[in-house]
Design a protein around this ligand. Structure first.
Ligand code: HEM
Length: 512
């Protein structure tokens, strides 16, 4: 059926009128308010290099849920409420799926070819798909088997050498991930791949500090010769690039060699190599840069959550006892808890939620970039602006989480009226950039937390005078926040628990 011309003309005029009104609104809409700016420098000098989320939360108290900054002419918007984040990053996700251009980390070092910093587009979507497919339900049985085996070994390490607790958390995550991605058995954190991954993580946190490097705002500086004064960042970029390339090439080359010899264990990399025997250089680079994302920048996230768990348990013996009592009701003696038990452990799940919330490991997620002009609550959001979600502010918003600085798993039994939403909704990022490793990370954390609580007691370390030592709760203030070194006492809950741990470690599947 054809529509009458008059009708079409009216519809066109209406669409144009609405479009015109909307563009007028954009043109008229002011930028969100924000702290006073200096000429040229803007807010470059008032944004701290550490714990930026605390300053942002303070500014949110003055300027509201969305405020704007300018650093050397580049607009930055900070979202400080669950509503603003959901409205922009989730409901308008197509507009906010890009990443900002970061000349030092992205181009000079090359991190823009890994999914987390890659610009939004086909290659990025394919990288996410590769990661998500390798972690989906079809592979869950294998992933759970690896996690089960590694946690059994971790428990035994904790009993034999409790002082090296933070080392054991690092070992556990590295062992799960390298087994999955490269079929490599990681015996200790001194393994060359773990060292390369940890070096990458250090470099990553060092170079990804908004405002830290002038070249990120004055891109032309990258073309000046290295001998020019103030070019120290070029040396840093060269060093970081070398580390990055080694991390991309060496684990892949090792598996390629094993596949050729027929000795490779099942892994994501082995599968990619076997399924594409003659890859182009671009395809190989895509495999390397995508697979390395499992450990590059992400090991430290998961380790940080595990460290927070031990710290929180040593500080809150009542919470620990309550979680152990639930565990004892659900898991019969003589076995470790398993993934199937999870649905019957609501208090333990509430403990996990508090661990994610109390000191989130990614307090400002990773910055997004808006690709078109937009309007939110009457404010103009200019195309190209960097948009930061202040996750820390949301997870400490007293209107969502009453008494937010208190660790209180019971808060999740009161979820009516939008109170106490699951912190995992925020801790793993947003929209089209939400963390694709969420289930792998969450399952790894669940299995450690459940098995530790079932078999071990965690308490404050005891000083030479026999008195408990108050742990120093000091989180780091960079892009990724994790607890500084702390001591605690870890002991088997009973002789039977000690036997269970010993048994479990002896019966680990040696394929893994
Ligand atoms: C507790 C552990 C983890 C936490 C808290 C975490 C959190 C995050 C956050 C906040 C982002 C940024 C999301 C955004 O931009 O809005 C992210 C991105 C990402 N995470 Fe995780 N992550 C964890 C573990 C992992 C693991 C184990 C993997 C392994 C596959 C992984 C893979 C990624 C990737 C590939 C991205 C980039 C996504 C993109 O830009 O499209 N993460 N993660």
């Amino acid at each position: 059926m054809s529509l009458p011309w008059g009708y079409c003309a009216i519809v066109c005029i209406l669409i144009c009128a609405v479009g015109y009104a909307f563009s007028r609104q954009r043109a008229k809409a002011p930028l969100p308010p924000g702290p006073a700016r200096l000429p040229i420098l803007g807010n470059a000098l008032n944004v701290p290099l550490e714990f930026q989320w605390l300053k942002f939360t303070e500014w949110a108290g003055i300027y509201g849920e969305i405020f704007s900054l300018s650093v050397l002419g580049h607009p930055i918007l900070v979202l400080n409420s669950a509503n603003a984040i959901e409205e922009l990053f989730e409901k308008r996700s197509a507009l906010y799926a890009d990443r900002p251009h970061i000349p030092l980390a992205g181009e000079m070092i090359g991190y823009s070819s890994i999914p987390v910093l890659e610009r939004y587009g086909r290659r990025h979507r394919e990288g996410r798909k590769l990661i998500s497919n390798s972690l989906d339900h079809r592979n869950q049985t294998d992933i759970h088997r690896i996690q089960r085996n590694k946690v059994a070994l971790m428990l035994s390490k904790l009993v034999n050498n409790p002082k090296d607790l933070q080392l054991h958390s690092r070992w556990f995550i590295a062992a799960v991930v390298f087994q999955l991605t490269h079929g490599q058995k990681i015996e200790s954190v001194d393994h060359v791949f773990v060292k390369l991954a940890e070096q990458f993580n250090k470099d990553f946190s060092r170079v990804l500090r908004p405002g830290r490097f002038l070249v990120d705002n004055i891109t032309i500086l990258q073309y000046l010769p290295s001998w020019f004064p103030g070019m120290g960042f070029k040396r840093l970029a060269k060093e970081c690039r070398e580390h990055f390339l080694r991390l991309c090439h060496e684990p892949y080359a090792c598996v390629k060699d094993q596949v050729a010899k027929g000795t490779a264990l099942p892994s994501l990399t082995a599968r990619l190599i076997e399924e594409n025997r003659n890859p182009t250089p671009d395809e190989e680079w895509f495999y390397k840069t995508t697979v390395m994302q499992f450990y590059a920048g992400t090991l430290v996230f998961t380790v940080s959550v595990l460290d927070s768990f031990f710290l929180i348990m040593s500080l809150n013996p009542d919470i620990q006892k309550k979680a152990q009592a639930e565990m004892d009701r659900v898991v019969e003696p003589g076995r470790l808890p398993d993934f199937d038990d999870r649905a019957n452990l609501p208090y333990l799940d509430a403990v996990l939620k508090e661990i994610y919330r109390w000191n989130p490991t990614a307090p400002m997620a990773v910055p997004h970039r808006v690709t078109q002009d937009d309007v939110y609550n009457g404010f103009h959001i200019p195309a190209g602006a960097t948009v930061i979600a202040n996750t820390w502010a949301v997870l400490h918003d007293p209107s969502l989480y009453p008494d937010p600085f208190q660790v209180n798993p019971d808060r999740y039994s009161k979820q009516e009226g939008g109170l106490n939403p699951d912190p995992r909704r925020f801790a793993f990022g947003y929209g089209r950039r939400v963390c694709p490793g969420k289930v792998l990370a969450d399952d790894s954390i669940f299995t450690v937390v459940a098995c530790v609580l079932a078999t071990l007691d965690i308490s404050k370390a005891v000083g030479p005078d026999g008195q408990p030592i108050e742990p120093d709760v000091q989180y780091t203030g960079g892009t990724i926040s994790f607890p500084g070194p702390f001591q605690c006492t870890i002991k088997p809950r009973s002789a039977e628990s000690a036997r269970l741990i010993q048994n479990a470690a002896m019966h680990v599947d040696h394929m893994d």
